[in-house]
Design a binder for this molecule. Structure first.
Ligand code: AMP
Length: 277
């Protein structure tokens, strides 16, 4: 496994890359778990070489404390990636990625006003800047993103569509712990007690799923909000799977996404499930 730290080295690697070979990219912020590895496995299955980038992007943190506390364990990550059969890892530092403070900014229309867009102002701008940079520097044929961050996945799909970027975005289903908790680097910060409480996100999604079609969406949302009164719920929304807009007419929306964000004390977790009727 080749480890690359500078853009110069990366460009050298890219220019020597076989003309008829396919390169798959998995962008991550490190602190890797089985969810990330499932993206690597998918990249290995349908491209010739799988590259993982590890970069904790300061620009996408709207809360500086969250950035400071974000878990970092590069040595362990590299071992995991080697074991997973990853071919190349790109691990730049912040000075390498942001030689200058970016002047450009992104705005994702209505997506800025709902769910993550509403609660994390500026977050998707930071995501779009770093992902654009990675796609431009690495020029992968395919890039892999988890459905765990469903709104981020949609933002990337619009970014690539609207700027006519020559890359295929491949969504990958969420990997969960045995009790249903969605795997996340932030789970590493949970104490044993918090870890037990965190499963409430998944339980709420399952409860809401069971109620779909039996009562109006607004009623289900109210019920879940009441259930979660002991945790700090930011949103629980039943939305159209693709647009992520609220769906008022369940009969018209064959595929919905149930999306949730809540704090377990100071640790913010998100999750979602997609339901087809
Ligand atoms: P992160 O390092 O959290 O920025 O995540 C890097 C990529 O891994 C993103 O595309 C995430 O959506 C994806 N990812 C994170 N957690 C999971 C999971 N539990 N299952 C599948 N993909 C995930």
């Amino acid at each position: 496994m080749q480890v690359i730290q500078s853009i110069k080295e990366l460009e050298k690697f890219r220019s020597s890359f076989g003309k008829h070979e396919q390169l798959g990219l998995v962008p991550t912020m490190g602190a890797l778990h089985a969810g990330h590895i499932s993206l690597v496995e998918k990249a290995r299955q349908n491209t010739d070489q799988a590259m993982v980038s590890i970069f904790v992007n300061p620009l996408q943190f709207n809360d500086s404390k969250d950035f400071d506390k974000y878990p970092k364990q590069t040595e362990q990550d590299l071992k995991l990636l080697e074991k997973a059969g990853c071919d190349i890892v790109f691990v730049p530092d912040a000075k390498e990625v942001y030689k200058e403070q970016p002047l450009v900014s992104f705005q994702f229309g209505y997506l800025e006003h709902l769910m993550e867009g509403y609660y994390r102002p500026g977050h998707f701008n930071g995501v779009a800047i770093v992902v654009s940079k990675l796609l431009n520097i690495i020029k992968p044929h395919k890039a892999y993103f988890g459905e765990k961050d469903l709104q981020q996945l949609r933002v990337i799909q619009y970014l690539v569509r609207d700027l006519s970027m020559d890359v295929e975005i491949i969504p990958v289903p969420t990997v969960r712990e045995s009790d249903g908790l969605a795997m996340s680097s932030r789970n590493m910060r949970l104490t044993a007690d918090q870890r037990q409480r965190a499963v409430v996100l998944h339980q709420s999604l399952m409860k809401a799923k069971a109620l779909l079609g039996k009562m109006p969406h607004a009623g289900i949302e109210q019920l879940i909000k009441k259930d979660l009164s002991s945790e700090k719920l930011e949103y629980f929304s039943i939305v159209q799977k693709m647009s992520l807009e609220k769906c008022s007419n369940p009969l018209q929306d064959k595929e919905v996404a149930l999306c949730i964000a809540a704090f377990i004390d100071e640790i913010r977790l998100i999750d979602n499930i997609i339901v087809s009727s």
